[in-house]
Design a protein around this ligand. Structure first.
Ligand code: SAM
Ligand code: ZN
Length: 266
């Protein structure tokens, strides 16, 4: 299923005859980055996220990735066992593990995250960037990303790649965190840890904030619902539904700033 991330040609033993690129594998996880040369931006990206996942486990749990959220998102995507599913920026793979699907693929720039994801999972994983997906065109029924769109280096390149790998009529479900003021951010954290009180989780979060190994992602682009919808639209995806706590007050989303866009490839 994996192809060359650069020319999209076939790989034989993870070697592309067209580009003469050879891709290493680590413990069964192929590293399908087209440019791994010293100083390249994809190598730097991989190093930064590897460092985060090396120093922390269950990294994004305090961004609302509760077990209720994982089941809710799974139900929202309504992946059926007949579907082929791609999770872009799957991290440690908690969500992909929950989804049904005939074939489940997860990509992420961090090898450290994927080595963890691959344990106990039926998915197939590769180190890759959304901007250069290592898949042929029109192969997935469903693509998902959770908290990733804000961190793409080139959001148009990434979104048009997601469009390319979807089948006609395939769906893209993207969760994003829209912009918040400092005051709104504080409100979200207070609600998260005080209603109901979760002192252990709160202390763990404070520890992460105070740690010398603080989690800092390299890119963060700001979105509103409108600008994110427009980005999907200009890359060929039409948004059919926007879910947040106003449209579904029972949704276990971390706050009003969290939005799920459900889009389709025409
Ligand atoms: C906030 S984390 C979310 C991880 C996971 N989706 C979750 O919810 O637990 C962002 C993830 O996006 C990945 N990422 C960053 N840049 C990316 C890119 N250009 N293409 C694909 N994934 C990327 C990171 O490695 C990281 O795992
Ligand atoms: Zn190639």
């Amino acid at each position: 299923m994996f192809v060359c991330p650069r020319c999209k040609g076939p790989l034989t033993a993870f070697r592309c005859a067209g580009c003469r690129l050879e891709f290493p594998q680590y413990e069964g996880v192929p590293c399908l980055l087209a440019d791994e040369s010293e100083g390249s931006s994809s190598r730097d990206l991989r190093a930064i996220y590897d460092e985060i996942y090396k120093n922390h486990e269950n990294v994004w749990v305090d961004q609302g990735r509760s077990s209720e959220f994982l089941s809710y998102f799974g139900a929202l995507t309504r992946a059926t066992a007949s579907e082929s599913v791609l999770e872009v920026g799957c991290g440690e793979g908690q969500l992909l593990r929950q989804l049904a699907g005939r074939e489940k693929y997860g990509i992420d720039p961090s090898l450290q995250a994927l080595l963890r994801a691959q344990r106990g999972s039926s998915g197939k994983y590769a180190v890759a960037r959304a901007e250069e997906l290592p898949f042929a065109s029109g192969v997935f029924d469903l693509a998902i990303s959770v908290g990733v769109m804000e961190h793409f280096q080139d959001v148009d390149a990434a979104t048009s790649e997601i469009w390319r790998v979807l089948k006609s009529g395939g769906r893209y479900v993207a969760l994003i965190q829209t912009d918040m003021t400092k005051f709104q951010r504080l409100g979200v954290k207070l609600r998260e840890y005080l209603l109901p009180p979760r002192p252990i989780a709160f202390v763990r979060w404070l520890g992460k904030k105070a740690s010398r190994k603080r989690i800092v992602q390299p890119f963060r682009k700001s979105y509103t619902v409108e600008s994110a919808t427009e980005c999907l639209r200009r890359n060929g995806l039409s948004v059919s539904q926007v879910v947040n706590r106003s449209t579904d007050p029972r949704a276990p989303l971390a706050g009003n700033h969290v939005v799920v866009l459900i889009a389709r490839k025409a």
